[in-house]
Design a protein around this ligand. Structure first.
Ligand code: VGL
Ligand code: ZN
Length: 199
């Protein structure tokens, strides 16, 4: 399928066991993702990429604990442990990930005031990352998403992609979830409701 791309979301050290925001089994999906790359004419990697003191970090909000939720001008925001700081080892891709097959690496979350779960838009749902234009100018219409975390960055990316008119499949066997307060169930329902094929 010349019009399809594999989008690999945030397979970075901080989301793998031992990392600052470790997702259980996050590293286990790496071999399967590497194998799947061969089936796609285009491969895009995303990289969560925050400046120090980012507004999504609990440490940037005195008195707040990690995993609490606050209201930001763009809506509710989960406060995370500090993670994926630009240029840090935690922000690097997992060492086992085959990055050589990537045509494009999209970084996101670099705006100090807005988080960006989605590979397409920041959490204000309107500031674009540029990925849509990249895919469209290459004539890509079908996307398969894998990576971390199912219920946050994969979910937001998949729903945005479907809303933009792409045909979207999420391979949940090659994703792992954070699962905060039912977030995985809500994400699965939200993705299905948006027309995403959740395999
Ligand atoms: C992510 C929380 C904060 C993710 C990124 O990749 O799902 N989750 N930053
Ligand atoms: Zn982040």
């Amino acid at each position: 399928m010349p019009d399809s791309a594999l989008i690999v979301i945030d397979v970075q050290n901080d989301f793998c066991p031992g990392g600052a925001l470790a997702v259980e089994g996050g590293d286990r999906i790496v071999p399967g993702i590497n194998e799947l790359m061969a089936a796609f004419p285009a491969v895009v990697l995303t990289q969560d990429w925050h400046p120090e003191g980012h507004s999504s970090f609990a440490t940037s909000h005195p008195g707040q604990e990690p995993f609490s939720v606050i209201d930001m001008p763009y809506g509710p925001q989960v406060l995370w442990p500090e993670h994926c700081i630009q240029g840090s080892e935690g922000a690097a891709f997992h060492a086992g990930l085959d990055t050589s097959r990537a045509d494009l690496i999209v970084r996101k979350g670099y705006n100090p005031r807005i988080d960006s779960y989605s590979a397409f838009f920041e959490n204000d749902h309107e500031t674009p990352t540029g990925l849509e234009g990249y895919l469209r100018t290459r004539g890509i219409e079908k996307l398969t998403l894998v990576g971390l975390a199912t219920d946050y960055c994969v979910n937001f990316s998949a729903v945005d992609a479907a809303k933009l008119g792409f045909t979207v499949t999420v391979r949940t066997d090659l994703c792992r979830a954070i699962d905060l307060d039912g977030s995985l169930k809500a994400a699965m329902e939200g993705m299905r409701g948006a027309g995403v094929v959740v395999d």
